[in-house]
Design a protein around this ligand. Structure first.
Ligand code: NAD
Length: 328
């Protein structure tokens, strides 16, 4: 299969690209390298282009002739989306529509889209199923939901089939391929706690210890990046076999608290570090845990690395090898 991977120089896209190539698929990475890393693309083909450049996208699609597209490229900082919504509408909505148009024009019919649990907003019931109300509380989640809606319209018009994967918290590393998480700024808990263990951050911070959870700290659902990448490959195969479009949650189905993550990093790293407990942060819901029954039933996806220990171990291994990320 010829697969165009947008955002393939980023964290999850690079792992998916390497998995596809390892399984004999022809891969072309498209990335503007604003947040991505050339080193993460290694020897795969890379086209440096921006989603906001429709003629570049048309050129790439007509030359490469993708049979499917995995669309990871996006801006995904919640705080930034609230401060600069236009940036998110341009990149995540208009840019994604440019991509869809170029794919349709080139005859490509299948897309796997990186959506997010942020489309749900505050959880009314946990675990969250796909039918949970969609009331995004930030513009990042809103832009992802808007593009999901555009994809549903293209599907109804018979122009593009799509699997939207609403993932919860991606974590861990592909240690065999030497690929890991290197975001600037880093907003995700596991790499931030690991940075404290490595001494590159002075301390780990806990925001809120009085939530109605087992230990008072926020609970989140972490999915190993290799399990996420596997879900994308399954979704692509499902579309190619014309299993039809669909929307699926992607999570472990079990939640881990901030304190559990900190304890796991201490155990795995064998290092102690300062932890500062502070007040709640505005907008953090107490618990976000996915129901992944639908993707298990319909695509046969099973997480191979569901334990927090193995997720943290792989991340620790990568970060200790690359304390300054890909620049190490
Ligand atoms: N990491 C998570 O926990 C998580 C959770 C839910 C959803 N997601 C979604 O998954 C996708 C991948 O996440 P990630 O953590 O790998 O992100 P990332 O920032 O590491 O990778 C995104 C890549 O897209 C590229 N990109 C961004 N805007 C672009 C544009 N306009 N044109 C071309 N390239 C562009 C960046 O340079 C980067 O390489 C994103 O769509 C994100 O919203 C991530």
């Amino acid at each position: 299969m010829r697969v165009l991977v947008t955002g393939g120089a980023g964290y999850i896209g690079s792992v998916a690209s390497r998995m596809l190539a390892g399984e004999g698929h022809e891969v072309l990475v498209l990335d503007n390298l604003a947040k991505g890393h050339r080193r993460a693309v290694a020897d795969l083909d890379l086209e440096v282009a921006d989603l906001e450049d429709p003629s570049a996208l048309s050129g790439v699609c007509s030359r490469f002739g993708p049979e499917a597209c995995m669309h990871f490229a996006a801006d995904s900082l919640v705080g930034e989306s609230m401060a600069d919504p236009l940036k998110y509408f341009r990149s995540n909505v208009a840019g994604s529509i440019n991509l869809a148009a170029a794919l349709v024009e080139s005859g490509c019919r299948d897309m796997v889209f990186s959506s997010t649990a942020a489309v749900y907003g505050d959880a009314e019931t946990v675990p969250i199923t796909e039918t949970h109300p969609k009331r995004p509380v930030n513009f990042y989640g809103l832009t992802k939901y808007m593009f999901e809606q555009a994809l549903c319209a293209l599907d109804r018009a018979g122009q593009l089939r799509c699997v939207c994967l609403r993932y919860f918290n991606a974590a861990g590393a592909d240690t065999a391929a030497d690929l890991g998480e290197d975001h600037h700024p880093e907003t995700h808990l596991i790499p931030r706690v690991i940075a404290a263990a490595l001494g590159s951050e002075p301390r780990a911070e806990v925001f809120g210890t009085d939530y109605p959870t087992t230990d008072g700290t926020c609970v989140r659902d972490y999915v190993h990046v290799l399990d996420l990448a596997r879900a994308h490959v399954l979704a692509c195969e499902h579309l190619q076999e014309t299993g039809g479009s669909g929307i699926f949650n992607l999570g472990n189905g079990s939640g881990f608290s901030v304190r559990q993550v900190i304890e796991t990093v201490r155990r795995v790293s064998g290092r102690n570090f300062e932890v500062v407990e502070g007040p709640r942060r505005e907008g953090d819901p107490p618990a976000l845990v996915a129901s992944s029954d639908k993707i298990r039933d319909e695509l046969g996806w099973r997480p191979e690395h569901p334990e927090l220990e193995s997720i943290v171990s792989s991340a620790w291994e990568w970060h200790s090898r690359h304390p300054n990320g890909y620049d190490s």
